[in-house]
Every structure is written in structure tokens, then in C-alpha cells.
Ligand binder design. Structure first.
Ligand SMILES: [Mn+2]
Length: 451
């Protein structure tokens, strides 16, 4: 059975409905092929996400038109110059492309201006005026409506998109398991980074949705740690945080797991891991349509404060409410709970028009502030970290410093940080978790023991 076609026309129907116009022509420009600096070495091509959403076409230098009056789409792929065929191989014919892609019409990109003129439309709707081709005198260009219409459509994932995201989440989940199995016999963060790329690439996911983060010990407290180069040395009693997700057919996955290099959670590391797992499980259980995202962030923050108080990091004589009022949770959980994910790892649609960021520690970094709706796909990624820079600032702030048992904080600082992250679909009454990598302590320890 062949794979289902990318539902480009279904996506166009959503965009056209959002635009609500009875005529005019919509035009999007695909990304162009780029070369490294002043050389002829081609950079890895990745289609622009809005263009992919409306074509499913991953090749460079293409265009697409949609006639709002007729409801018909025209894909305009780039035809390879004849003297390039010897290097690039025989390109597909228009008939082959028409059979492969979901489009009403197809014609080469050289006919773009002609196709626009022949449509008879008087207004061209574009994402950016920079995209407009030359030689279109007399046409009104409108760049004010299209972006919202496309982004709103992209927020609600179609069935095809959800299944595409499930596939890449499963590939990335299995790669996380492979890293857990390899951890004990690996010597550096670099090895695990390379293994993740291999374990996703060999299943067809040749690109990453973002650069993997592999951080052992205190490196895990650098939220977007990118070096991935530290040797494990004597750190086998430490936790290793892996935030990595590959991309397939332009759809992203985003998964974090934190496991002990020696295969056994113990001591303070186990305490912090259990708190973060509890934060995530509580949020996952509470997610459903209508729930406000920042309330979920606050729920995670409350569990963090309760857990840290029980662990002795926060003093027992203060109430949880009192500490939350002073944003103590933001010291240990300094980033947002999660974000929309789709064609982009930090996907479109986080903030509705007119909604501002909340000016408070942690909350200010929320990438989303809206009520959840069915067919949103979001990440849930609570964490607890001991970030030296943030702790130093808190120590100077008498209002915050008084809540901490600083000797215990220093002891826990060796843990570095823990984050657990899954991608979930919001359904009519709850969630569909796309991520299948294990996260319970007993499950991870059993996997690592079997390696
Ligand atoms: Mn994420």
C-alpha cells in the first residue's frame, strides 16, 4: 500500500475559510537552495514550513498559487536546467509530479508570472511583499491577511499531520531508548549525540527538528546546552539529560529524557527525578479542551515547590502558597511548561492577538498562553534545575533567599537538572500521548539493566 498523499488541498480549504474572501489569488514562494558562504557546496535544503503545509512539496525553488474564486490550487515546481541533469539525475516529469502530489493543476515555475496574469485576479495575497515576483504591474498586493489565516489553520492539526507526528515521535522515542541502553558503555556526550542522529536517521528521519541537547551533571542545568562534548570521566553516578527529536516529512518531534549514566537512580538525583515526573504526570492528567495553558504551568510549579519543601531544599516553616506568591518555583523551573509543535518545533499560534506575556519568573518564558482546543499538539516539559547563575541571584534577593536551606541547595546542585518532555495531542476529553519513550524509574532501570 502506498503512503497517503499529503492533504494539501484540505489545508488550502482551511486557509481559504479563514480568509473568508470570494476572490483573489494567494501566492506562496517555496524556499530557495542556498550555498555555503562563497562556495558551491549546497546547504541541506529544508522547505519553508508554510509552503510545505500548503503543498507537501519538499523541493527547492517551487511556487504555489490558490485561486479563491475557483478553489483551485496550482503547484509550480522548478525544472532542472538540462546541463544540470548530468549532475542531478533525470528529474520527474510534470505528469509524474501531478500523480504524486495533491494539486488541481501543475506547471513549471518559469510560467509563474503568466499563471498569475491569466488568473484574472486583481489582488495577490502573500505572506511577505519580498516574495512577489517582478512584472506584475496593476495587481494589488496584500500582505496583511494571509499569515494569520495560515497560522490559524496550522494550529489545528489534521488527521494526516497527527499520524505523521506519531510516526516521528515513535522513531525518536525508540532512539531515546537506544541511548539509555548505550549510556553505560559510552564515554562522552558526543557519542550519545551521534547515536541519536544514527538511530533516527536509519529509520528515514535524516534531519533533526533542532540540535540535540546531551548534558551530563551540571551541563543539564544549561537549558539550551549545545556543546554536547563533555567526557563522562568519573561522572557515572550523574544524570544525563537528553533533549532530542528528529524530523520526518518536515514534522517535528521534541522529547526529553533524563537517566542515570550508571543505570540506577539514587539519592538526591532520584528525589529530583521523582518531583519532575510528578509534575509531568499531574499536568498530563489535567489536560483537556478549555484548560488555560498558564494554569498548567502553575500546577507544575506548585508540585515543584511542594516536592522541594519535602526534600528539605525549601524551608518547612513557610506555606506553599506564600512561596508561590514570591515565585520561588521560577528559581528551579525557570522556563515555560511547553509549546505548540508541528511543522516547526516551536510551532505557530502560541499567543492569540492582544495577549501579552506574564511578567513573572518562569511564566515570562511561556511560549503559549491560550485555552487548549482539540487537535492542538503541544509539548509538556516540566523541569527542576539548579542553575548557579539563578541561585546566585536568588541569594542576593532577601525576599527569595529566606525560603531556602542553602546548605541543602548546594548539596542538590550536583544533580544539575532534570527535564521530562512528551508531545501530546489534545483530544475531545483529554490527550493522546504521541511519545512512547519510557519515563518511570523502574522502566528505565530495567532497560538499562538489560543492555
Ligand atoms: Mn520542547
Amino acid at each position: 500500500m502506498s503512503a497517503p498523499k499529503y492533504p494539501a488541498r484540505q489545508h488550502w480549504a482551511k486557509v481559504a475559510k479563514n480568509l473568508g474572501l470570494s476572490e483573489g489569488l494567494v501566492y506562496l514562494k517555496g524556499d530557495v537552495l542556498k550555498e555555503r558562504h562563497d562556495t558551491d557546496v549546497e546547504l541541506t535544503f529544508r522547505q519553508e514550513s508554510n509552503f510545505y503545509y500548503l503543498t507537501g512539496f519538499a523541493e527547492h525553488d517551487a511556487h504555489v498559487l490558490f485561486d479563491l474564486k475557483t478553489g483551485k490550487m496550482t503547484l509550480l515546481p522548478h525544472r532542472l536546467a538540462e546541463d544540470h541533469i548530468v549532475w542531478m539525475g533525470m528529474p520527474p516529469t510534470l505528469a509524474q509530479l501531478q500523480a504524486e502530489f495533491d494539486t488541481d493543476n501543475i506547471t513549471w515555475s518559469a510560467d509563474l508570472v503568466k499563471a498569475i496574469q491569466e488568473s484574472g485576479a486583481s489582488t495577490l495575497y502573500v505572506l511577505s511583499t519580498k516574495d512577489v515576483p517582478e512584472g506584475l504591474a496593476g495587481l494589488t498586493i496584500n500582505d496583511e491577511l494571509l499569515k494569520d489565516a495560515v497560522h490559524t489553520a496550522r494550529m489545528y492539526k489534521s488527521e494526516y499531520e497527527i499520524e505523521a507526528m506519531r510516526r516521528i515521535n515513535h522513531i525518536s522515542s525508540n532512539a531515546h531508548v537506544a541511548l539509555m541502553k548505550a549510556a553505560k558503555k559510552s564515554a562522552t556526550e558526543t557519542e550519545l549525540d551521534a547515536l541519536f542522529r544514527y538511530e533516527t536517521g536509519r529509520f528515514g528521519a535524516s534531519a533533526q527538528a533542532y540540535n540535540p541537547i546531551v548534558g551530563v551533571g551540571s551541563n543539564a542545568a544549561t537549558l539550551h546546552y549545545q556543546r554536547n562534548s563533555a567526557p563522562f570521566n568519573n561522572n557515572y553516578d550523574q544524570l544525563c539529560l537528553v533533549d532530542a527529536g528528529a524530523e520526518l516529512g518536515c514534522y517535528a518531534s521534541d522529547i526529553t529524557r533524563t537517566f542515570p549514566l550508571n543505570g540506577k537512580y539514587s539519592g538526591d538525583a532520584k528525589t529530583i527525578y521523582e518531583i519532575v515526573l510528578q509534575m509531568q504526570n499531574a499536568v498530563l492528567a489535567a489536560l483537556k479542551p478549555g484548560v488555560q495553558w498558564e494554569d498548567m504551568h502553575r500546577l507544575a510549579g506548585k508540585i515543584a515547590v511542594e516536592g522541594l519543601q519535602k526534600a528539605g531544599v525549601l524551608k518547612s516553616e513557610f506555606s506553599v502558597e506564600e512561596m508561590l506568591a514570591k515565585h520561588v518555583d521560577g528559581v528551579f523551573f525557570p522556563h515555560g511548561l511547553g509549546h505548540m509543535i508541528g511543522l516547526d518545533v516551536h510551532d505557530v499560534g502560541g499567543y492569540p492577538k492582544g495577549v501579552a506575556r506574564i511578567q513573572a519568573p518562569g511564566l515570562q518564558y511561556l511560549r503559549m498562553r491560550r485555552a487548549l482546543e482539540p487537535s492542538f499538539v503541544v509539548t509538556v516539559e516540566p523541569g527542576v534545575y539548579f542553575v548557579q547563575f539563578i541561585l546566585d541571584e536568588a541569594k542576593k534577593d532577601a525576599e527569595l533567599a529566606k525560603f531556602m536551606n542553602w546548605d541543602v541547595v548546594e548539596r542538590f546542585a550536583k544533580v544539575g537538572g532534570v527535564r521530562i518532555e512528551d508531545c501530546v495531542v489534545i483530544t475531545e476529553n483529554g490527550i493522546d500521548n504521541l511519545t512512547i519513550a519510557p519515563k518511570e524509574i523502574a522502566e528505565i532501570e530495567a532497560i538499562m539493566a538489560s543492555a
